[in-house]
Write a protein that binds this ligand. Structure first.
Ligand SMILES: Nc1nc2c(ncn2[C@@H]2O[C@H](COP(=O)(O)OP(=O)(O)OP(=O)(O)O)[C@@H](O)[C@H]2O)c(=O)[nH]1
Ligand SMILES: [Mg+2]
Length: 316
């Protein structure tokens, strides 16, 4: 008889139930407009964070939660990193780097069409100080030639030692599955952080305010979006199954209020219609949305507004 150890259930191929779970936090950082929020929504499979073609859309960290195979991957969508001018800018940039510090993995997202120039170059420098494993993701591959992608990948890898480079399109979904596979395998073993059906850490009141801000960004092409801020003030579930939501759009000046309202209120009407439709789809219930525009001078210097947005108030 051989002295082979009989193979008991322990050494049997692991069934799905025995396979350990993985979980962890993945921070997505990058220049503004690189497509961080688009990618988070794509990977989560639902809209949890707002997107626009304009710069500086995301203002605070939003966590979007994806489940892939046995892993729960918590994506931290961060504000774009750029050279800050206003107090709000500084808070956003500090928040983005803070997000990187809290993560298991840090992902630098680059708009392949734009390349490394400007803000991304500065972010690469900053990344040298980051201790966690770093991944490079070249986004918007639907917009560039493959040979340019390779050049971009090697240029970025010259500055920072990335563990891996992925090339994908958050808009079309191409390449996203490979990226998820990698994250699911690479994140540490451990229990999940959130219940299985949770896809975001943002309370509905706040997501609803963000959606209105997105519609404001998309509709008004003036400087206004950067001087505006939306808060949900009232949320009333009604007996008929609908919900009544009151929100205030804060602007800094009377002239901006006029822009937000538009001629005969047409701007605010369009914003309200678009926001109501989307909030109602997410909630899966009818929504009555009431928008008010208020002038609050220097809200950009008011600590309470920063708290409401989930940002630290930078002193001085
Ligand atoms: N063609 C193309 N466009 C994309 C892709 N990913 C994102 N975009 C577009 O890029 C723009 C910016 O996207 P966001 O997701 O808001 O970018 P962001 O990095 O979150 O921007 P900030 O929050 O301002 O830092 C939007 O108009 C997106 O539709 C992509 O893979 N291909
Ligand atoms: Mg964003």
């Amino acid at each position: 008889m051989s002295d082979e150890i009989p193979s008991g259930p322990e050494s049997a191929p692991e069934s799905a139930v025995d396979t350990p779970t993985h979980s962890g936090f993945v921070a997505l950082i990058g220049a503004t407009n690189a497509g961080k929020s688009t990618l988070v929504n794509r990977l989560v499979g639902a809209k949890v964070t707002i997107v626009s073609h304009k710069v500086q859309t995301t203002r605070a960290i939003v966590r979007g939660i994806a489940i892939h195979e046995r892993a729960q991957i918590v994506f931290m969508d961060t504000p774009g990193i750029f050279k800050p001018r206003r107090r709000l800018d500084r808070a956003m940039v500090t928040t983005a780097w803070g997000g990187a510090k809290d993560a298991d993995l840090v992902v630098l997202l680059v708009d392949s069409e734009r390349g490394l120039r400007g803000d991304t170059e500065a972010i690469l420098e900053g990344l040298k100080e980051v201790r966690q494993p770093k991944i490079l993701v070249l986004n918007k591959i639907d917009r560039v030639r493959p040979e340019d992608l390779l050049k971009l990948a090697s240029a970025a890898n010259e500055t920072v030692a990335f563990d891996r480079t992925f090339m994908l399109s958050a808009a079309t979904g191409s390449g996203c599955e490979d990226f998820l596979d990698y994250l699911a395998k690479t994140l540490p073993e451990g229990p999940w952080y959130y219940p299985e059906d949770q896809i975001s850490d943002l309370p509905m009141r706040q997501l609803a305010a963000e959606i209105t801000r997105e519609k404001l960004f998309l509709r008004l092409h003036q400087e206004l979006p950067y001087a505006s801020h939306v808060e949900t003030e009232k949320w009333e579930e009604r007996k008929d199954g609908s919900v009544r939501i009151e929100q205030v759009i804060y602007v800094e000046r009377e002239s901006q209020k006029k822009i937000a309202l538009g001629k005969q209120g047409e701007a605010i009407k369009a914003i309200s219609t678009a926001a109501r439709k989307e909030i109602s789809e997410i909630l899966e219930q009818p929504v009555h949305l009431f928008l008010f525009v208020k002038v609050r001078e220097n809200w950009g210097d008011d600590p309470a507004r920063f708290r409401e947005m989930g940002l630290e108030f930078p002193r001085g």
